[in-house]
Design a binder for this molecule. Structure first.
Ligand code: SF4
Length: 712
């Protein structure tokens, strides 16, 4: 295979378009010459391709993505743990037979729910769909969930509550180009998805880019030189800040009254709920000046095209759903959602974070974004699957609860992991690791021996993005094609094939196609009539380059812009939902102590747990280790110098790393990137307490101490 392939980046939800051109002498020849050997893919050249979201641009991660295809650490054969405790190469038949035999034994001894499945937001739509079907029909378990609980669940819950549907951006990204004012809450797009910032230029030119972040990030610096405003609230105070903005909008009669009366319900209760959040009080909680809050409220209400966008910074909290809800309330009061040239949206992070939450990986959902407890939804999906509705298990438990069940009596004895590196990315990873070690069977599908794969009983090596066909759904809700540029190495397999083989070995008679086009055809039928309706989309349409935004009903058209006439609740109206600050929601540093707030987040060079990007030499060289970013004043008080080795510690664990002193962070906070494993895993310190609505863990504000290693 030597022709160029138009595809998209393997990493984040911006899904930048790229063209991959195999270099001369590709794996076809190599693979056929040694079909059972550990053959690595030949490299491809990567070029950015013009597309509305990235306009030809890529970031460092995209430019270097092909490095992973020929990585010397790529797995080339299944690994099975032997009696000596080590992982040894095995044939595919040996590995799959072992998994099937173990699963059958565990099911017959402990019941079907003793088997769990953990999916990922990076899987293609086809894999996400088939994994949900596999869990329910081939394993008969209700216990499936995925790592989207770590990133999008709060925003999704808030969107569903307010609008009746959750699509990250309910408008094309290009709409931002005409904005006069853009409020970015808790998102560092300049590092996480750099080509995105091209869409901020209009707001910058109008002096209307507003960034809310406790750190002066690369995105916050885009507001400098008169291009906007950076608000640096105390970590974890986004909710009171938003309540303060809502208070001012109501008090100063900035509400779009016609819009609120005709398109929403719940205004009176909302008005009463924010009465006590006057700006001066909000200032005392957040540290943001009352006058700044008032000016920002007026700016947002001034018209000329206003967008409010949220990210993980405001959502990854135990009150993340309420915080995202407050942002939506603000947008609704200003009449933004559904109005041309304005809007509210949330920026999905993982590559298929949007599609990954639509097709049945979530414990409470069936394909098409259907509720698993809805009898009509069950009947529809059962028809497509050719089973009785009673054959589909009921709702399972969300990710964190699932992980707490690992290896405990009555809990999960076997876990299959797809697209997740749990012992780096989960909160309170020490407990997660202990749970994985208690299992009778851990199966991990991965390209590399990630920190989680290293604990597995069986590791199955899988294809990478440049070696497979499929679809992804970008942060705009646009379905796009992933295309194969290379023949995979001989020893790896596509996860569709793996699920097919296991289903057969488990005696499941339902269809598990291995051709992604056929799986997509089935997904279309299963999604038909659901909120995320893909029934009008097919590969031919996508290959013609047509823009396919869901919902896209059969025989109809796609929907680039949602909410123009109505919201997705049965009455067509949006909900204004009063939310309050719960003082007990999260622990805060004790006054007068050395405790400070740990903020976690991402770096330009790395993606998620770093399992991939830490294996790209250029990226690792740029950011080889976790650094604890601290304000110089804080460091001086604690006797810490720039580059000193420190311990960041709390009752859950300890991270040992070097300090990086910067005035770009508040003195009451320390920042750790979450891309590193082992003793540098930031999630050794994070809490597995969850938001009561979304089950999102508290990643963003945890209490720690930082101390020089010499004093430890
Ligand atoms: Fe890939 Fe995201 Fe970078 Fe674009 S911004 S190249 S999609 S990682």
């Amino acid at each position: 295979m030597t022709h160029p392939a138009d595809t998209h980046c393997p990493y984040c939800a911006l899904q930048c378009a790229m063209t991959l051109t195999p270099t001369i002498g590709t794996t076809d020849a190599a693979a056929s010459a040694s079909p059972d050997a550990h053959v690595h893919s030949a490299p491809v050249t990567v070029e950015g391709r013009d597309f509305p979201t990235n306009r030809g641009g890529l970031c460092k991660k995209g430019w270097t993505s092909a490095e992973l295809l020929r990585s010397p650490s790529r797995l080339g054969a299944p690994l099975v743990r032997g009696a000596d405790g080590a992982l040894h190469e095995a044939s595919w038949d040996e590995a799959l037979d072992l998994i099937a035999t173990s699963l059958r034994g565990i099911r017959s001894e402990h019941g079907a729910d003793a088997v769990g499945v953990f999916g990922g937001g990076g899987l293609t739509n086809e894999k996400s769909y088939l994994l949900g079907k596999f869990a329910r029909l081939a394993l008969g378990t209700s216990r499936i969930d995925y790592n989207g609980r770590y990133c999008m669940s709060s925003a999704a819950a808030a969107g569903n509550r307010a609008f009746g549907v959750d699509r990250g951006l309910p408008f094309p990204l290009e709409d931002l180009d005409g904005a006069d004012t853009i409020l970015l809450l808790g998102t560092n797009v300049a590092e996480t998805m750099p080509p995105f910032i091209g869409h901020l230029a209009g707001a910058q030119a109008a002096g209307g880019l507003v960034v809310v972040d406790p750190r002066r990030t690369a995105t916050a610096r885009l507001t400098e030189d008169g291009k906007g405003l950076h608000l640096q609230p105390a970590p974890g105070t986004d909710l009171p800040l938003l309540l303060g903005l809502i208070h001012v909008v109501i008090a100063e009669r900035l509400v779009d009254v016609d819009y609120v009366e005709s398109r929403t319900v719940g205004f009176d209760r909302l008005r009463r709920s924010v009465a006590a959040w006057w700006p001066e009080r909000v200032q005392s909680v957040t540290g943001v000046a009352a006058l700044t809050i008032k000016r920002l409220a007026r700016r947002l209400a001034a018209g000329g095209g206003t967008y409010i966008l949220t990210g993980r910074g405001v959502e990854q909290h135990v009150d993340g759903t309420d915080t995202a809800t407050a942002a939506i309330n603000l947008a609704l009061l200003l009449g933004l959602p559904g109005r041309a040239g304005s809007g509210y949206g949330t920026l999905t992070g993982q590559g298929n974070g949007q599609g990954g939450r639509e097709h049945g990986q979530k414990c409470d959902q069936l394909p098409g974004y259907r509720k698993i407890v809805d009898p009509e939804a069950r009947a529809h999906v059962a028809r497509v699957w050719g089973v009785d509705p009673s054959d589909i298990p009921g709702p399972g438990v969300p990710a964190i609860e699932l992980l707490k069940l690992l290896g405990v009596p009555g809990g999960v004895r076997a876990l299959m992991v797809h697209g997740s590196n749990l012992v780096v990315s989960s909160p309170n990873v020490r407990d997660v690791r202990a749970g994985l070690e208690r299992l009778d069977l851990l199966v991990v599908c991965d390209f590399f021996l990630s920190e989680t794969a290293a604990l597995a009983d069986v590791v199955l090596p899988i294809t990478q993005w440049a070696e497979e066909e499929g679809t992804m759904t970008s942060l705009e809700g646009r379905v796009i094609r992933r295309r194969r540029a290379l023949t995979p190495p001989a020893g790896v397999r596509d996860e569709l094939w793996i699920l097919h083989e296991l289903a057969e070995r488990l005696g499941c008679t339902a269809a598990f196609d291995t051709d992604p086009a056929l799986v997509f055809e089935e997904l279309r039928l299963a999604s038909e009539g659901g909120l995320a309706d893909y029934s009008g989309i097919d590969y031919d349409l996508l290959d013609r380059g047509d823009a396919a935004y869901w919902p896209f009903p059969r025989g109809g058209r796609g929907t680039p812009r949602l909410f123009a006439d109505r919201f997705a609740h049965p009455d067509g109206l949006a909900r204004l939902v009063p939310v309050t600050v719960r003082d007990s929601a999260r622990p805060t540093p004790a006054p007068g102590s050395d405790e400070i707030t740990l903020v976690t987040g991402r770096l330009l060079e790395h993606y998620q747990s770093g399992a991939q990007t830490r294996r790209v030499p250029e990226l690792l060289e740029s950011q080889p280790e976790a650094l604890a970013s601290m304000h110089p004043a804080t460091a001086e008080r604690l006797g810490i110098g720039d580059g000193d080795e420190v311990e960041v510690v709390n009752h859950r664990g300890l991270v040992r790393c070097r300090a990086r002193l910067t005035p770009d962070i508040r003195p009451d906070a320390v920042f750790l990137p979450f891309h590193y494993g082992d003793e540098q895993a930031a999630n050794l310190l994070t809490s597995d307490e969850v938001d009561p609505i979304s089950s999102m863990p508290e990643f963003k504000t945890n209490v720690v101490r930082v101390r020089p290693v010499a004093d430890a």
